[in-house]
Structure formats: C-alpha cells, structure tokens
Design a protein around this ligand. Sequence first.
Ligand code: ADP
Ligand code: MG
Length: 474
Amino acid sequence: MKDNYYKEVWAKCLDIIKDNIDKDAFDTWFKPLQAISLKDDTLTIKVPSVFFYEWIEANFIKILRAAVRKVIGPNARLLYTAQLDGNNEPTFPSNNKDVTVNPPKRVPMVVERNNHNDTINPFVIPGIQPLHIDSQLNENYSFDNFIEGSCNQLARSAGYAVAQNPGKTAFNPFFIYSNVGLGKTHLAHAIGLETKRLHPEKTVLYVSADQFFQQFADAVKHGTVNNFLQFYQMAIDVLIIDDIQFMKRESVQNIFFQIFNGLHQAGKQIIVTSDKAPSEIVGLEQRILSRLKWGLNAELQVPDLDTRIKIIKKKLFNEGGITMPEEVIEYLAYSVNTSIRELEGALISLVAQSSLSRQEITIDLARQIVDRFVKSNTREITVEYIQKVVCGYFNISVETMLSKSRKVNVVTARHISMYLSRKLTKEPLVSIGQKCGKKDHATVLHACKVVSNIMDVDKSFKKDLELLEKKIKD
Ligand code: ADP
Ligand code: MG
C-alpha cells in the first residue's frame, strides 16, 4: 500500500462531500481538515480546533459518515485529532464557570475524538475566518429608509455611530426601546446593514430573543450548549438581540449573561431592543438589567405629523413611485398616529383597495380604510356612540330616546344605552345620566339593574345585548 494512500482516500471522501453540501460550507469546514493516517479502516483527520470537530459533528455527520463508509467500507471509523500549532494563549476568557455546559455530542458509530492529543485549547479557533454566517438582516430596513425625525434623532445618530465603530463607542451595549411599531427592529437592522457595508470583515448577527431561546433549547436537547456558547462568543462581532423582554427563562438569561460578558470584554458590539426601558422590564434578572444600563438607552417616540408624512412619501416612493393626492397623505398621517406599523398597514390597504376596485385614491376611500384600521385600537367608545348604535338597533332616533317617551321600546333602548355606557366607558354615572336625557345617577343605576335582571331570565334578550355590545366594540 502506498505511503500516502490515506490522502487519496480522504480526497475521495472530500469529493463526495463536496457534491453534497454548498461550496461556502465546504470551503469553511472541510478545506481546513487534513488526513493524518489510515489504519485498519480507521481514518484519522486533523481538525483546527475542538470547536471545528463539534460543528462538523453537529452539522455534517450524515454526509461525512456516508462518504467514509462508501470509500473505506462498512467498518470505516473516523478519528479526530485536534492539535493546535504553536502555543496559543486563549484569545477569549472563559465565562462559563457558573453555567452547566453539557459535553459535546458524540456519534460513537463513526466518530471518536482522539483523547491523547496535546494542547486542545477550546478558546482559540484558528483558520475559522471568514465564517459564513447568515446575518439575518433585511435589506429594506436600511438607514436610507429610516426617516429621521425628532422622535428618533438620538437613537438614529447613536446607531449610526455604532455602525461606524462597532464596539468602540460608548454606546455598548446600545439599547433601543419603544412601544410596538415605532422602528426598533428597523433601526437595529439598519445598524447591522451599515456595519456590514463599512466593515465587510465583521460578522453581524441579528436574532430575536425568541430565536435565541429556540437555538439554546435545541442546544440543550442535543447536548451542544458548548457549541452554542462558543459560536456566540467567538464568531460574532456585532450581536443584535431583538425584543429582549421575551427572554423570560432563567436558563437562557444565564447563557445570555455569559455571552454578553464575553462579547463585551472582547470589545464586540451588542445591540438590544425592548418594549420598555431597562428599569421597567419585568422578569429579566437584575444583573442583566444593570449590564444593559452600561451603554446608551435610546427611546423611539411616536413621530410627529411631519415625520409621518415623510414616512408615507418614502414608502410610496419605494413602492415604485405610486402617486397619491397630498390631502390624502395628510389625512392618513393625521389619522393614524400611534404606530408606524399601523400607518404602513393603512397605506398598503388603501393602495390595494384602490387598485383592486379600480377606484381613485380619494379622501373618502382613505376614510373607509382608516375607520377599519384605527377603530379597534385607538377609537374610544363614547356614550354618544353607544346611543347611536343602540337606537339604530331599535330603529328609533336618538332624539326619541332622549325624550320623555314611555313607550316600551324607547324605555328599553334608554335602559340599554345606560347599561352599556356604564359597562363600556369610563364615564361616571352622573355624566352618563346627563347624556341620557338629564337623568340622575340613581336612575342610571336602576336602569342597569333592570337590564341585568332581564338578562338573567331572558336568554334571547341576553343574546341581543351581546350582539349589540360586539357591534359597538367592532
Ligand atoms: P418595532 O420593532 O418597534 O415594533 P418596526 O421596526 O418593526 O417596529 O417598525 C414597524 C414598521 O415601521 C416597519 O415596516 C418599519 O420599516 C417602519 N418604520 C419604523 N420607523 C420608521 C422610520 N423612522 N422611517 C420609515 N419607516 C419606519
Ligand atoms: Mg420589532
């Protein structure tokens, strides 16, 4: 047998593997491997680090096993040796002293780690750059598309500074918070995209806290927590964690704490978003909260009218330059004033509605859409509105209901109006009475009592009332 027969064998294995995985993965994970020897169907290969071996095992074991068996035969075994050249100092401190780290996963059928190897240093990963990690960034969420206004000035400019110099500004961690739909996710992506544009060699990763938890749970299940930890601590230069308020479990908070510390010590950038300021987040450990306060906390506020108009115009422009009368744009911006996501939703519906029904985009059409959109969230239920719906149901006018009429249906409508006003609004009894034909608060109480008594005995009345209530709320 030729001396370097093992090399040919390994080359054949590599050919098979190459055909079955994508090129980036092959270049990253298989090119650095070297065959060392082949004895009695056991092929030994050298990996640059333990991390490499664990990664390969976790991700490519099936194809690796198939290739080795095909080339060497059914009894093929694979032995890894992780021997590092030189005397590398850890480039990364271990932070996992108080975390339970499960041993790496073993696939004993084929893979055994060579335990007599010399200096395994799990904290150094030579030859691993550049890693091909999908940053999970959405190209549309760029700075270019992020309209500036006084509502977001601090956050935006700090974010911009972070992208210029990730990890090197005082804004580390950079903590962005706001109510929903005000641009946290967008801004976080923008920072990531800009960082990649300016520093292509940096590895940026965006994950939602949910995803992070899922990955962690998987790692626990498969005994690869070590990999998980190493991956986050070593491979990432800019870590973006979105919606940290969802990171509720203690176990995942612990691991995040480790990763946070490791990255921070190594001068890597951390960006975190949340629906609340750090001091107000419930359920997150104190030590994490205090870490989050280290850097900069920036709030995104509701944009003012002018900024909302600019946002609409930008969206229209991005949608291929759809035109819309100025007054409609203003109407939309004026009416949808709580969240940018809703503003966008209303805009999309309006455009869709107009093109589907081939109607022009007019204020009237916009009003219909806005009614539908804004009603359920922001419209307040008023006594007057309740009266209108109830009277409509009884087919009488509001004036009649407010008159002194003692007709049965008028009295019932009056009673129900008072009952629902008490239930669905925050108005005091006195003012409900005033608005229902200048009655006093005792009359309102009496009306409420009558209505609940009837409901107790009359099922169809109860049903009607529920329907009415639903109609008012919708
Ligand atoms: P959050 O994460 O705070 O809930 P998002 O980042 O998902 O909010 O934003 C909701 C929508 O509003 C997204 O489609 C986003 O592109 C848009 N948006 C938010 N802020 C701006 C802004 N300043 N300029 C333009 N679009 C914005
Ligand atoms: Mg978000």
